[in-house]
Design a protein around this ligand. Structure first.
Ligand SMILES: Nc1nc2c(c(=O)[nH]1)N[C@H]1C(S)=C(S)[C@@H](COP(=O)(O)OP(=O)(O)OC[C@H]3O[C@@H](n4cnc5c(=O)[nH]c(N)nc54)[C@H](O)[C@@H]3O)O[C@H]1N2
Ligand SMILES: Nc1nc2c(c(=O)[nH]1)N[C@H]1C(S)=C(S)[C@@H](COP(=O)(O)OP(=O)(O)OC[C@H]3O[C@@H](n4cnc5c(=O)[nH]c(N)nc54)[C@H](O)[C@@H]3O)O[C@H]1N2
Ligand code: SF4
Ligand SMILES: [Mo]
Length: 775
């Protein structure tokens, strides 16, 4: 940008073979499924591939471990998508990390490798330990590993000096025993991936409708007149959602996409399960596309609600659902007064849309009797995410679009069991109701002080307040914002422990001592005392079902997550809670031996699970009760749904700067990189790209193909820099750039968090692009 940019040394290109092709206009179809089978067939062979393909999302099979999109009531034979198959192959690969690996690779050398390389080393098969002052992990027995962790935990001055992270692949059963152990140990420090994901959703929905979950059932998509998809890229991240949207359309409904980018799947979809999808042109999914500016959604939603209220004023008694509003909501008058003064000029500036585009969306909304609004990270990872989601609720409530068929608020979750983990108590601030029930059932004093969430855990590690970091899955330092700060913080820990299936960055950025505990994946048969066990998960529409392993474990001696937690609990607390917890009833061995015992205890603590062991054995599992969805019951202070007043604030882009979002490529699952391609966006063999609108390039004096350093600016702190990226001219909204997560996490400042939910602001980083000094 300016002549006075500091000179940085040139840096080599990370992916010299990078290719940029035109972006695709449609998603899935035959190339998708073929593409998905290719790596499986080469690494696993046809027999193993077939066994897995026939078990994904089937009764007596395993739940796809990729995203949290629900299964339809009626299941087809091949009930999965391209990305489900990629996730399955990635986990079920027969390639393993050999024992010699640990002597051959120092941590220093592993720090040079990227996530793609680390993941390709294969499945972890034996526990390994890195002693203090050593640069190598070395094999350790399970017993010695548990004793070591227990010693370190029990030596802490306070249980709050440990933090216990969870990623959303963990099953209900493992999550329940894990939080039980952590609370019996004495802390609520239970940060999870949800803190970085749908925390804003939970915060907004709990405040307005009394439950932090979706109010729609799977079948509602087929019944909707209108589905508005906001800040979400289903073609890549929830591929089978396109099948549900196709259903909406076949029944005469309409679909609107509100997004910063024109995402391929929403334009046209070829369903591989229909002949028409294989040979035909496929279905055009989005009838309308509003290309919004980053962070403009709150303004858009307010503007649509205002148009709805204006329509009511023009024809009183005919537009709003008066009966519903009177019986079930509070706050209408305040909202009406507030929106009467809405500044249309501010709305247009915030959204980058024309007035008539907003009029058209309002007209769609008014023409529909049943409306669903879905959303994902494009809404939750902004500073104003919570009020934005509250505005979704406002708009839906005005016409009674909650608690009737074909209508509702539908956050689409990320990890396959992230929602279930929360239901099971993985949260640093579970409500009193849950904690009291836990206390009554297990007979020990459950701590009540709120624990640390994900960002506070990094701050705690950085500030010397947390010494032990334990992770049940995930890749915390890869996933959390501000990579350099997070990694330095993690190195300050005394002990870090990762329970994982495969290597990732969090294994190589360690505390003084470190352990890796390898675990079974969901594809694998889990035998305890000679009996196969199953686990359960909850999807985005609150349906709970069983998941049974389909293939033998990749190596002998792997423990399930449940077994790891139970053995650690026994080593740390002693059987039944030990001397420190007199009267406690914590039968860890029984839990480990038979997961039905865990489910029995869950059924006495968690509402909706009363006959868990019976219900979960039914073909399609069971759907949890949901007050707003089932009976328009709102568990808020007033007992009614709350229309809220939110001050409009729009993100100002300083001159010469862009607002950068960090997002997922098609061939990745969060920090797991399956390949270096992003097929729909035309990117091949590389990830070091930054997408910029051609008009912005012209204005900034930059060009497609040019190499730049991306500088992130935050409150006068020294710039955070992502080096040597290739500019890709791309039809993103004006002023809005995009780059891939997790690499771009170096740019997201740790202190940049959503109000109330404390979620990292991963979708709005103020950046400037500086030409990269050529070498
Ligand atoms: N294959 C695959 N599947 C996945 C994942 C994966 O990594 N790979 N991750 C899983 C997880 S954990 C999650 S949380 C989900 C994530 O699913 P998504 O939320 O779809 O994931 P992102 O790639 O972050 O995409 C964000 C979308 O929001 C848009 N967007 C960004 N900013 C704004 C904005 O201000 N307003 C609007 N209206 N749109 C905006 C972006 O252009 C993009 O389309 O996917 C899950 N499924
Ligand atoms: N900049 C930026 N940052 C983001 C986001 C963003 O959009 N932009 N998105 C955020 C979101 S939505 C999320 S959910 C987080 C994700 O954060 P995490 O959930 O922490 O990260 P993942 O990459 O999903 O974790 C992958 C690792 O999990 C382990 N694993 C896989 N399967 C299993 C299993 O069955 N058991 C166990 N124990 N381990 C397993 C493997 O070792 C693998 O390397 O990242 C967040 N970070
Ligand atoms: S939509 Fe999600 S859960 Fe379903 S098969 Fe695809 S990746 Fe798996
Ligand atoms: Mo997520």
């Amino acid at each position: 940008m300016s002549e006075r940019e500091p000179e940085l040394e040139p840096e080599p290109e990370l992916y010299p073979d990078l290719e940029v092709h035109p972006a695709k206009q449609w998603a899935v179809g035959v190339p998708g499924i073929l593409h998905s089978m290719e790596p499986a067939l080469t690494s696993m062979g046809p027999a193993r591939t077939a066994r897995l393909a026939l078990a994904i999302n089937q009764k007596n099979g395993f739940d796809c471990m990729s995203c949290a999109w629900p299964d339809p009531g009626h299941r087809n034979v091949l009930e999965f998508c391209e990305n489900g198959m990629k996730a399955t192959t990635w986990e079920a690969t027969p390639i393993t990390v050999p024992t010699s690996f640990w002597a051959e690779h120092s941590l220093t050398s592993l720090l040079e490798e990227d996530e793609y390389w680390l993941g390709r080393q294969g499945r972890l098969t034996e526990p390994v330990y890195k002693p203090a002052a050593s640069d190598h992990y070395e094999p350790i027995s399970w017993d010695a590993a548990f004793r070591l962790i227990a010693d370190r935990l029990n030596a802490l001055d306070s249980p709050d000096r440990a933090a216990f992270y969870t990623s959303g692949r963990t099953s209900n059963e493992a999550a329940f025993v894990y939080q039980l152990f952590v609370r019996a140990f004495g802390t609520n420090n239970l940060p999870d991936c949800s803190n970085m994901c749908h925390e804003s959703t939970g915060t907004a929905l709990t405040a307005t409708i009394g439950i932090g979950k979706s109010t729609v059932a799977y079948d509602d998509f087929a019944k909707a007149d209108l589905v508005i998809v906001m800040g979400q890229n289903p073609g890549t991240n929830h591929p089978r959602m396109l099948t549900a949207l196709e259903e909406t359309k076949r029944n005469g409904g309409r679909v609107v996409s509100v997004n910063v980018l024109p995402e391929a799947g929403l334009i046209r979809y070829k369903n591989p399960q229909r002949v028409r999808g294989i040979v035909g042109k496929g279905t055009a999914i989005a009838d309308r596309f509003l290309q919004i500016r980053s962070g403009g959604d709150m303004a858009l939603l307010q503007a649509v609600s205002k148009r709805v209220l204006d329509a009511e004023d023009a024809a009183p008694g005919t537009v709003l659902d008066h009966a519903f509003l009177a019986e079930h909501t509070v706050g209408l008058e305040a909202l009406r007064t507030h929106l009467a003064d809405l500044d249309e000029a501010a709305v247009l500036a915030a959204t980058g849309l024309a007035s008539h585009e907003i009029d058209d969306l309002a007209a769609e909304y008014l023409a529909a009797d049943r409306v669903i609004i879905t959303w994902a990270m494009g809404l939750t990872q902004h500073r104003k995410a919570v009020p934005t989601i509250k505005e979704i609720v406002n708009l839906l409530l005005l016409r009674g679009n909650i608690g009737k068929p074909g209508a509702g608020a539908s956050p689409i979750r990320g990890h396959s069991n992230v929602q279930g983990d929360r239901t099971m108590g993985i949260w640093e601030r579970m409500p009193e109701r849950f904690l009291a029930a836990l206390e009554a059932e297990f007979g020990f004093a459950v701590p009540r002080a709120h624990g640390a969430d994900a960002l506070r855990t990094v701050q705690g590690l950085r500030d010397g307040e947390i010494d032990v970091f334990f992770a049940l899955g995930g890749n915390f330092v890869g996933a959390i914002s501000d990579t350099a700060v997070a990694e330095a913080a993690m190195r300050g820990a005394k002990l870090t422990v990762q329970v994982s299936t495969k290597l990732n960055r969090s294994h190589v950025v360690t505390g003084e001592e470190a352990l890796i505990l390898p675990t079974l994946g969901r594809t694998e048969v889990d035998l305890q005392q000679g009996h196969p066990q199953f686990v359960s998960v909850e999807d985005s529409v609150c349906a709970v079902h069983a998941s049974h392993g389909a293939i033998p474990p990749v190596a002998p001696g792997l423990l399930s997550e449940v077994a790891i937690v139970c053995r650690l609990a026994r080593a740390t607390l002693g059987e039944r809670g030990g001397a420190d917890l007199p009267g406690a009833d914590l039968p860890w061995q029984d839990f480990e031996d038979d997961y039905d015992v865990i489910r029995d205890r869950i059924s006495r603590v968690v509402p909706g699970f009363e006959s868990f062991n019976q219900d979960v054995r039914r073909k399609d599992g069971f759907v949890l009760p949901n007050g707003p969805r089932d009976e328009r019951r709102f568990d808020t202070a007033s007992g009614k749904a709350v229309l809220t007043v939110n001050e409009l604030e729009h993100l100002d882009r300083p001159p010469g700067r862009l607002i950068l979002q960090t997002l997922r490529a098609h061939d990745q699952f969060n920090t797991t990189i399956y390949s270096l391609n992003d097929r729909y966006r035309g990117i091949r063999k590389g990830r070091d790209v930054v997408f910029v609108n051609p008009d912005d390039l012209a204005e900034l004096g930059l060009a497609d193909g040019q190499r730049v350093d991306v500088h992130s600016e935050w409150r006068g702190e020294p710039d955070r820099v992502l080096r040597n990226q290739r500019i890709v001219a791309y039809p993103t909204a004006r002023g809005c750039a995009a780059a891939y997560y997790p690499e771009a996490n170096v740019l997201v400042p740790l202190e940049s968090a959503a109000e109330e939910s404390n979620t990292p602001v991963s979708k709005a980083v103020i950046v400037r692009l500086v030409p990269h000094a050529a070498s």
